[in-house]
Write a protein that binds this ligand. Sequence first.
Ligand code: AMP
Length: 402
Amino acid sequence: MIPTFIVVNAGSSSLKFQVFEQPDGAEARLVWKGLYEGLGGASHFLVRDPSGAKLDETTWSAEDGVGHEEALMHLVSWLSQYREERKLIAIGHRVVHGGETFSGPVLVDETILQTLETLIPLAPLHQPHNLEPIKIVRRRLPGMPQVACFDTGFHQDQSSLVTMFALPREMRERGVRRYGFHGLSYDYIASVLKDYDHGLAEGRVIAAHLGNGASLCALKGGVSVATTMGFSALDGLPMGTRCGALDAGVVFYMLREMKLSLENAERLLYTKSGLLGVSGLSNDMRTLRANAAANADARNAIDLFVYRITREIGSLVAALGGIDGLVFTAGIGENDAATRAEVIAALGWAGLALDEAANASGGPRISSGSGPTAWVIPTNEELVIARQTWSVLGAAQDKLAS
Ligand code: AMP
C-alpha cells in the first residue's frame, strides 16, 4: 500500500487539492492535482496528472447544492477507486492564520481547532473557509489525521521590534501586531535557493510573491526577517483586488464622511481595490498589459503596482543592510516579464541589472553584471504543506512508539 495524503487549500467557493504519495525517505511526490470551483452554486470538479493532462471532471447544477462537504466526500470517493494500491493516511490544510500560538504545523485535535477558531477575528475573510474542511473531515471521517499548516508560521522568528505597531501596549497584548503571510510560499523559496546559487541561501534575499495576493519577504540566511504584510492580508503591496498599505485615516473618512457600513468598507478594501480598483478594468495583469497602451487607467494600475514594489524593496534592503538577490515568484512574478523588467529598471541604484534575453525566456537567472542577482523561481506552496504534513505525522508516530 502506498501512503497517500491530500493537501487542501479551501476558499469561499473553491477547494483546491493535491494528492501526494510519500516514498520511503524521499521527498513527497505529486500524484494528482485539481479543484472544485463554484461551490454553493453550479460547480465543477477537475483533476489532472502532474503533467497537466486532464484525468477526470464532473459538473453539477446549482440545484445539486454541492458545497465544501459534498466536494470533500466526492474527492475521498474518487480516490477510493485506487484503494487496492493506496491508503489515505492524512489530510494537510492550508490555514491562513496561526496567530502567536502556532509557529509551525500542528496535528489538529478538538482543542487546537477551538484555538484556531479564536483566530477568526484576525483573518475574518479567510480563516473560516480554511477551517471548514477540517471540521467536515472530523465529522465525516473521524480518526483521519489532519495537519494545519500556516501562512504566518514562517515569519514567527521575526524580532518583536519588527512585528510591533506604535500602538498602546494593551493592543499588543490583544495580538494586534504584524504577522506576515505567504509563509508557505517563502518557506518553499528559502528551501530551494541553494539549488540556484549556494551563496544566496546564506545571503540577503528579497522574495517577491506577486500573485493575486502580493507581498515581499526579506530573507537572511533563509530566515524571514521582515515582510510587507502585517496584521492582515490587506497590508503592504497593492494586490489584484486589495488596497495594500493604507493610511488608517482613510478608513475613518470612509466610515464617517462616506457613511459606508463596516461591511461595505471592508468589501471595498478587500475586493474592489488594488489593480481592479485603480484600473476600473480587471484584477488580472494579463488584461491590464493587453490594454495598457490604449487605456491610461490600466497603465496607472501597473505603474502604481511597480512603484509600490520598488519602494517596499528599498525598505527591505534597509532592513537587511543590503541585498544579494531578488527572487520573483507566483502568477505575476513567474509569468510577467514586463513587471520584472520594470522593477529591476527602478533598482539600478542597488546595483541590479537586467539580462533582457534571460528575462524574456523566464530565467531562472535574469540579471547580468556583478551586482546582486535576480531570479525567477516558481513557488510550490502545496509541496511545503505536504512536507509539513509528513513531518508532523512522523513526529506523532515517533511519540506513540516511544
Ligand atoms: P496567483 O495568485 O499566484 O495564481 O497569480 C494570479 C495572477 O497572476 C493573475 O491574476 C494574473 O494577474 C497573473 N498572471 C498569470 N499568468 C500571467 C501571465 N502569463 N502574464 C501576466 N500575468 C499573469
